[in-house]
Design a protein around this ligand. Structure first.
Ligand code: IYR
Length: 220
């Protein structure tokens, strides 16, 4: 490796017992995360959202290009526009565009084309992926864009949960309307929409279980 331009790396060092405990603590904390569709309109400080997006943007990315833009929407008029457009698409999805198997798979989540959370949650974060960057009008290619932006969204979801807030991965389909409403440049494509806020006081979630370790891990 060529390391002439590198800088030293140091991070906290823990004992084996501490590492054991920390891995367990993190698992128990993140295991409490649920996708929540019932939001409160209780405000959240914009400085909190800044920190959540800062955290998301620490994710690894192909050639460290950070090929993402996080659009943070709190303006009620823009939220209403997004809800109107998303519900129009979702109406079509639930009335013919989704297969019977798909609709059957979704039954336990109780979802339909109504998307109240898009106007109730204090913030919508719409994540855009950048297939390329525009530098002085020149196209500069990005790498592993879907993987990179997916990782950043994972970091974002984890940060939201850690802060004590809730979110939901919402993918209205098709979602090019987001590019238009938010007036994004041609190198950006909508990737994921996350409402962020407090859960409603009477929020409910589906009664589902996670797969056990032996169903998701194979050791060699
Ligand atoms: N996008 C629709 C449908 C939907 C699809 C999947 I896969 C889900 O896990 C949940 C919903 C909607 O948001 O209702």
């Amino acid at each position: 490796m060529k390391t002439e331009s590198f800088i030293p790396y140091s991070t906290a060092q823990y004992t084996e017992a501490e590492i054991q405990q920390r891995s367990e603590d993190y698992y128990h904390a993140i295991d409490q995360r649920r996708s929540v569709r019932m939001f409160s309109d209780k405000p959240v400080a914009s400085s909190v959202i800044d920190n959540l997006v800062r955290s998301a943007s620490t994710a690894p990315s192909g050639a460290h290009k950070q090929p993402w833009t996080f659009c943070v929407v709190s303006d009620p008029e823009i939220k209403a526009k997004i809800r109107e457009a998303a519900e129009k698409e979702e109406y079509e999805n639930y009335h013919g565009r989704m297969s019977d198997d798909w609709l059957e798979d979704l039954k336990q989540f109780g979802t339909d084309w109504h998307k109240d959370f898009l106007t109730i949650a204090p913030y919508l974060i719409i994540v855009f992926k950048k297939a390329y960057d525009l530098v002085d009008g020149e196209k500069q290619k990005n790498y592993y864009v879907n993987e990179s932006v997916g990782l950043a969204c994972g970091f974002l979801i984890s940060a939201i949960h850690h802060a004590g807030l809730v979110t939901l991965t919402h993918t209205p389909s098709p979602m090019n309307f987001l590019q238009k409403i938010l007036d994004r440049p041609s190198n950006e494509r909508p990737f994921l929409l996350l409402p962020v806020g407090h859960p409603a006081d009477d929020a409910m979630v589906p009664d589902i279980q996670r797969k056990a370790l032996d169903q998701v891990m194979v050791t060699y």
